[in-house]
Design a protein around this ligand. Structure first.
Ligand code: SF4
Length: 146
């Protein structure tokens, strides 16, 4: 990876390795959400493939075929994906913002992210544990989309 690539290159200029390294591994994009018109409702319910403890997809290579509603993030669609969390590093870089101080590329681990509550662990539960009728009990955020 090129030195401090996140400072010098746009998302579409990143190599595949740099692109993957930019993901902070918060797991927030793996939470169940409902997008309606001008608002997104986020639940602390995680996709069944998410390893909640590690905040990592347990089958990243095959996620798109296994989970039909999983979205592949690309440099082209980051601007359209306004349901991503504000903290998402791809969003931040797209907006010209700096890497957050807790990012693993700066700290070397996700320890600081955990301390600051950026990762979904330990509050999230797997979608397999929550009946659809109980989802409303797990709402953590309702956000307007502009
Ligand atoms: S929200 Fe963004 S930074 Fe966090 S895991 Fe998802 S893609 Fe990576």
């Amino acid at each position: 990876m090129r030195e401090e690539f996140w400072k010098h290159y746009a998302l579409e200029q990143l190599s595949p390795t740099e692109w993957e390294a930019l993901c902070d591994g918060c797991g927030q994009c793996c939470l169940v959400r409902e997008v309606e018109h001008d608002q997104v409702t986020v639940f602390n319910i995680a996709c069944g493939l998410l390893d909640i403890e590690q905040s990592r997809c347990s089958d990243y290579e095959n996620r798109l075929s296994k989970v039909p509603y999983c979205s592949q993030l690309t440099a082209a669609n980051v601007p359209e994906y306004d349901w991503l969390p504000e903290s998402c590093t791809y969003r931040r870089i797209h907006r010209g913002e700096a890497l957050p101080t807790w990012h693993p590329l700066l700290t070397g681990s996700r320890e600081q992210m955990r301390k600051e509550g950026i990762t979904v662990c330990p509050s999230a539960v797997s979608v397999e544990q929550v009946p659809r009728s109980q989802r409303h009990l797990h709402i953590i955020k309702v956000k307007a989309i502009y």
